[in-house]
Structures are given as structure tokens and as C-alpha cells.
Design a protein around this ligand. Structure first.
Ligand code: ADP
Ligand code: MG
Length: 340
């Protein structure tokens, strides 16, 4: 059913949850918010465009969930506690059913994290969703990219490569996987229905690692969320911190669905270069190894130690036998076979 702009906004407003620190939410010219004294406001924005950032098969609820999830992942990577968001929505048609589904996904995730939707903008145009999210973090406890030090261990939460494998599956199903550079080969027939459903879920419904980010305050030296692929994102930490790293490829965590891939090179490609996992990659000194593990497991978060920071600027990878493996960190599909 078609609605006018103000009907759309009224529909959004009716479902937006309250928070004690929202003095005035949706409905006026601007929201009035009461920041927490003594803490920094961590502020980020991410835009998702139809076709580019979600495949045609993504449901409205998936789109709502993911548009918020990518922002909450940025807050998680700063060690921030989510508080508020605004929503800029561009829609080709004012479609009530689409909006309701979209809000189902967005508000379900917002509710999990006590986040209030406090305003936004609604326009007509190609489908595009832009969310600005804000959270709190004490200034000395923020998890920045520039704090990694030689000797730190490198960790990653959860598992890597699932969302990229899910995307390859979805693209193959939609006929969009042309095998051109930038596309990864989809998992083969060895990946059964349950594993396929898991991989698609990891693509469409990423779970931002807010609890892990909070647990790592005061423990991690540096942190980033894995949105563009491990090599690219770890590369950002190394560049910001002016350090190098050794990556243990055989220590990269794999889900059962990814571990079931018959081709180990394909598996590593997904783990190293696949985007959209929204796990946290962080560094911490070895003396805090047990403290890191305890803090994360107290919040039900698995994490794997995948390498170490060293002086210099190079990112080198090795296998379990200590043999060097050549990498091209910036590429999407530039993984090379082992040398030697
Ligand atoms: P203005 O013309 O002053 O920008 P709008 O008509 O765009 O006002 O918005 C009216 C109110 O509805 C504002 O409080 C705005 O923040 C809110 N709003 C508009 N679109 C959205 C949206 N997509 N999500 C949440 N709030 C929205
Ligand atoms: Mg407006």
C-alpha cells in the first residue's frame, strides 16, 4: 500500500523505542539528546545502496537489520556502548509492507542493544539506507586503530569468511557471479543445506560484536571490525600503528560450514579476503592473554589468536609448519599459493 512521506514518518515514529537520555525524539526539527558526562560520543555513519551492498534476494527485514548492524559493528570496534541512531531512507515508492518489514529487522537489532531511533530523513529515490549511530565510551578506553605495539598478539572473534562464502552462494543463485575478478567461487556441492543456510545468515544478519568491544576496554591495544576482509582491515591497523605483523594462516578460525569446503585455497581466500563478517580483529600484549580470553568468554564470545605484531611495516603470513605464504593484502581475490 502506498503512503505519503508523513504517513511513513508516523509509522516509524509509532515504533521507535524511548530511552531516558532522549529528551526529544522523532517529530521536531532535531532530536534533543543528553550525552553522558565525562564520556566521548562515538559517532559513525554507513550507507547501503541497492545492488551494491545487498543482493536482490535480501528481504526488507534483512536490509533493516544489516544497515544497522554495520554501524553497530563500528561502535563495537571502538569499544563504545550504543545509544542512539538516525535513519536516512530513500525509497523508490512509499510502500507500507516494505517499510514494516524493514523496521522489523532494524528495530529487532536496535532492541537487542537498547538503541533508540531518534530522527532521520525520508526521501524518494533509488533504494538507499543511511544510518548514523552514536554511542558512549570513556576517552581513555576507546579501542583505536593506532595502538598496536610490537610483541602484541593478534586476535579475531568468531569465525572468518562465512559472509563472503554466503555472498558467493547468493550470487551464484542469482546468476550474478560471473567469475570476474572480485568474485569468489561459490562453495560446491559438498556444502549441504544447513551449511548454506548458515552462510546466508552470516551474510544477511551479521551480529555486531558490541559485548566483545565492551569486554576489551582496558585490555586491547588496537581494534578494528572486519568489514572489508581480514587482510585489508588488519592492514589498516598496521598502517595506523606503524607496525608489521606475522599472520598464522592455519590459526584462522573457520565455522563448520567453511571448514567443510573441500578446497583449502578457496577456504583461505574467504577467510583472508572476504568481507562482511563484522568480527573484531584486535591486538593485546601476551601478558594479557588469559585476561582477554576470560573477559570474552564471560560474555560468551569465542576468539582465536592468529598472529603477532612486530616492528617494521610488512604483513607476512605463514602456515602451521612456519613456511612463508605469499599474500597481496589489498586485493579481494589475490591470494597466492604457498611458496617453498
Ligand atoms: P524537516 O523538514 O524539519 O527535516 P522532516 O519532515 O524531514 O522534518 O522530519 C520530521 C521528523 O521526522 C523529524 O523529527 C525527523 O527527524 C523525523 N524523521 C523523518 N524521516 C525519518 C526516518 N526515516 N526515520 C526516523 N525519523 C525520521
Ligand atoms: Mg528532513
Amino acid at each position: 500500500m502506498a503512503l505519503g512521506e508523513f504517513d511513513l514518518i508516523a509509522r516509524i515514529r509509532a515504533r521507535a523505542a524511548a530511552r531516558a537520555d532522549v529528551v526529544l525524539g522523532i517529530g521536531d526539527d532535531a532530536a534533543l539528546l543528553a550525552p553522558r558526562p565525562g564520556e566521548c560520543l562515538a559517532l559513525c555513519v554507513d550507507t547501503l545502496n541497492a545492488g551494491v551492498h545487498f543482493p536482490p534476494s535480501a528481504t526488507p527485514a534483512d536490509i533493516g537489520w544489516k544497515a544497522l548492524a554495520v554501524n553497530l559493528s563500528d561502535l563495537a570496534a571502538m569499544g563504545a556502548e550504543p545509544a542512539w541512531c538516525t535513519l536516512s531512507l530513500s525509497l523508490p515508492q512509499p510502500d507500507r509492507d516494505w517499510l514494516d518489514g524493514f523496521l522489523d529487522g532494524l528495530l529487532a537489532l536496535a532492541g537487542e542493544h537498547g538503541l533508540a531511533l531518534v530522527g532521520g530523513d525520508t526521501t524518494r529515490g533509488p533504494l538507499s539506507v543511511s544510518i548514523t549511530a552514536a554511542g558512549f565510551v570513556p576517552p581513555t578506553q576507546a579501542l583505536r586503530r593506532d595502538g598496536a605495539r610490537a610483541g602484541d598478539e593478534i586476535w579475531v572473534t568468531g569465525t572468518l569468511g562465512d559472509a563472503a562464502a554466503g555472498l558467493a552462494l547468493v550470487q551464484a543463485e542469482e546468476g550474478g557471479n560471473t567469475g570476474a575478478p572480485g568474485f569468489l567461487e561459490p562453495p560446491g556441492a559438498e556444502t549441504g543445506p544447513a551449511h548454506r543456510a548458515f552462510l546466508r545468515g552470516r551474510l544477511h544478519r551479521p551480529a555486531p560484536r558490541i559485548a566483545a568491544g565492551l569486554a576489551l576496554r582496558g585490555l586491547a591495544h588496537a581494534c578494528i571490525d572486519v568489514s572489508d576482509g581480514l587482510l585489508a582491515d588488519l592492514g589498516h591497523v598496521l598502517a595506523a600503528s606503524a607496525v608489521g605483523a606475522v599472520l598464522e594462516l592455519d590459526a584462522l578460525p573457520a565455522s563448520p560450514a567453511l571448514a567443510a569446503l573441500r578446497d583449502p585455497v578457496a577456504r583461505r581466500r574467504f577467510q583472508c579476503s572476504g568481507g562482511d563478517d563484522y568480527e573484531l580483529c584486535f591486538t593485546a600484549p601476551p601478558a594479557r592473554h588469559e585476561a582477554v580470553r576470560a573477559a570474552l568468554s564471560a560474555r560468551g564470545v569465542q576468539a582465536a589468536c592468529i598472529g603477532s605484531i612486530r616492528a617494521g611495516s610488512s604483513l607476512v603470513a605463514q602456515d602451521a609448519q612456519g613456511r612463508a605464504v605469499r599474500l597481496e593484502p589489498d586485493g579481494f581475490d589475490h591470494f597466492r599459493d604457498a611458496i617453498g
